[in-house]
Design a protein around this ligand. Structure first.
Ligand SMILES: NC(=O)c1ccc[n+]([C@@H]2O[C@H](COP(=O)([O-])OP(=O)(O)OC[C@H]3O[C@@H](n4cnc5c(N)ncnc54)[C@H](OP(=O)(O)O)[C@@H]3O)[C@@H](O)[C@H]2O)c1
Length: 261
């Protein structure tokens, strides 16, 4: 399949590890130019070293909860790549907590990290796509927007806002050549998942391995996902092959979500 991504300029946020990093790598394999970011300079350096073995990659340090960092990030990406065609919004996950353990500062942080950052960065990138009359926006969210996940009340409650945002953007930007879609990862083996499952094991007084086995048992494909399996779905939605797909929520979850829609 020709993805048509060769030469396209792709910004992937929160992308020095895990799913975001895998997306950057898969985009490079398609011949795209990539710009990555995260909060730690060391992580950015290490990730760029690996990505530059695959293709043309740039990056910067930026905290997605800080409005001034978001503005600088998009400017730097456009300057480094000479434009912007594809925007893949990824972000760090909020802390793993039950409702009773959260206070208002947790909710404020979750809003900034998961929703305000998506709204703001989308506002910043759209002018470049409108100028070209072509663009792709892919939000990496979670199966939590279809099926609340135990111990992740912040993600369960705040991420659904992206679903409403996405469906609205599809209509508001109709006829502009820009598509808006979301990929919903299920349990995917990254540092973040390990942290979430360790916390769950601690809360339930179980061994980590036991919790992993319990999770795998609930997944029809009987295993955790790999970051590159999520990344390939993102590449597809950003590609020419997905030219008639907009407003879609694509689960990459081994069959975990049991609902019809
Ligand atoms: N893994 C799963 O099973 C799973 C399932 C469903 C949804 N998700 C969601 O998918 C997203 C990615 O998950 P992951 O498992 O790939 O996580 P991960 O392995 O922890 O990687 C997160 C990446 O985001 C960066 N980051 C974190 N907070 C940031 C911030 N405030 N600003 C900028 N960059 C930030 C991290 O780098 P720095 O630390 O250097 O900033 C890192 O590069 C998360 O939102 C997660 O909740 C994951």
């Amino acid at each position: 399949m020709d993805t048509g991504l060769k030469g396209k300029k792709v910004l992937v946020t929160a992308s020095t590890k895990g799913i975001g990093f895998a997306v950057a790598k898969e985009m490079l394999k398609e011949g795209a130019t990539v710009f990555i970011s995260s909060r730690s300079e060391d992580n950015v350096k290490r990730a760029l070293e690996e990505l530059r073995r695959v293709g043309e990659a740039y990056g910067t340090v930026a905290d997605l909860t800080a409005p001034e960092d978001r503005e600088r990030l998009v400017k730097e990406a456009v300057n480094a790549m000479g434009g912007l065609d594809v925007f893949v919004f990824n972000t760090g996950g909020p802390p793993s907590k039950s409702f009773k353990d959260t206070d208002l500062s947790d909710w404020e942080l979750a809003y900034k990290l998961l929703l305000e950052s998506a709204v703001h960065t989308t506002k910043l990138v759209l002018p470049y796509m409108l100028e070209k009359g072509w663009g792709r926006v892919v939000y990496i969210t979670s199966v939590a927007i279809k099926m609340p996940i135990e111990g992740l009340v912040l993600s369960n409650a705040v991420r659904v806002g992206i679903a409403g945002l996405l469906k609205t953007l599809v209509r508001e930007y109709a006829g502009t050549g820009i598509t808006f879609n979301s990929v919903l990862p299920g349990y995917t083996l990254t540092e973040r998942l390990e942290e979430v499952l360790r916390k769950r094991a601690e809360m339930e007084g179980k061994e980590f391995e036991e919790v992993v086995r319990e999770v795998e048992e609930k997944i029809p494909l009987k295993r955790l996902g790999r970051p590159e399996e999520v990344a390939k779905a993102v590449v597809f939605l950003a590609s020419e092959a997905a030219s008639y797909i907009t407003g879609a929520f694509l689960q990459v979850d081994g069959g975990l979500v049991p609902t019809l829609f």
